[in-house]
Design a protein around this ligand. Sequence first.
Ligand SMILES: *Cc1c(COP(=O)(O)O)cnc(C)c1O
Length: 427
Amino acid sequence: MFNPTPPPMPEPIYLDHHATTPCDPRVIDAMLPTFGEAFGNASSRQHAHGKRAAELVEGARGKVASLIAADPREIVFTSGATESDNLAIKGVARWFASQGHGPRNMSGPGHVVTSAIEHKAVLDSCAQLEKEGLQVTYLPPNRDGLVDATAVEAALRPETVLVTLMLANNEIGTINPVSEVGKLCKERGVTFHCDAVQGMSLLDCSVDALGVDLLSLSAHKIYGPKGVGALYVRRRAPHVRLQPLFDGGRHERGVRSGTLNVPGIVGMGVACEIVENERESDARRIKPLRDSLLAQLREALPDLHVNGSLEHRLPNNLNVSFPGLDGEALVGELRGLSVSSGAACSSATHDSSYVVKSLYENNETVGGSLRFGLGRSNSTDEVVRAAKEVVNAARRLRETPPKTSIQGCDSISECVPGATSASAHRK
Ligand SMILES: *Cc1c(COP(=O)(O)O)cnc(C)c1O
């Protein structure tokens, strides 16, 4: 609900950059003309208005391609990474199925390898393929929150048509050994898709270095607009074939029908250009902030537990559990912070998120977890204030007997079923 009266507190501190990021002002500036005089349909190439829009789109395509060291012809614009993941996974599997055989003349509908802690866009696409008769192996992460390349190798079968593995996890920030997996997929002739959404603002995502055939990207996780993304589709060695999700005007080389979202695409292009220029300096600045946040929390709450490897982790992510505390209750106390908890609120059970849960034994209790996602605009001062607020809230909750009421679930944070967010604007 929009609240017309301003909150009686300073602006809440935004520490949820894995869910979305604010648009960079340079992105907004570049998009504005596309709502005005540059309004053309990029497919109407017979006239000046269309040509201008097409030029803007091709300029953006070049910038997206440059960020991942690809050919512009390998970039397919989509409505976001959810669509990119669906297109990659269903597109490859259904193309092989439509040919009546897999890469090695296998019979049967095929097999897919993925991990148990992928984004729901990947997991649910795989579940749909299972309904269509394919088999799917969901590899559990190790205790560090990583999927070993050796585990992927062991899961490959003669009929495997696709491996899909994320670059970095959206909850615990762990970074998978993607280039190792890419190498072994190449050796075995298996198509390899990677959801790189969480890595692309801070890690090198060159497609050849990663060894990927398909790469999902999203603009709103890298300071671009919502509702636009891209799928990289390798053209050579191998030439990846996809069955489209939509029927229509055969835009984007026939892979993705639908009038191009020129404003969004222009914004994504500039967002990618900025990342290419500023990624390293962003990472150098943000990692010490993250490390300092952890140090301050640990100092006051020595029993807290970091979920997943600290070493193989995005420089802006921290995911910690607080023994004996409920994640949702904790988020509910953090009125001045926009952070996310992994606690489920879709039912009355206080389950921790499927990602955090997958790191531990069945009955192991690690306590409620909080996910911090730092970003470009966060300052040292904000980190100090955030740490203080979390520490105070944790102490308050430990002193008062546990409440039985469950925090309302008025916002689904990002993709985690039932994850909640707190901010000063909401109760
Ligand atoms: C946010 C996210 C997505 C979904 O991207 P949208 O553009 O919001 O559809 C997919 N994968 C990961 C890892 C994400 O973090």
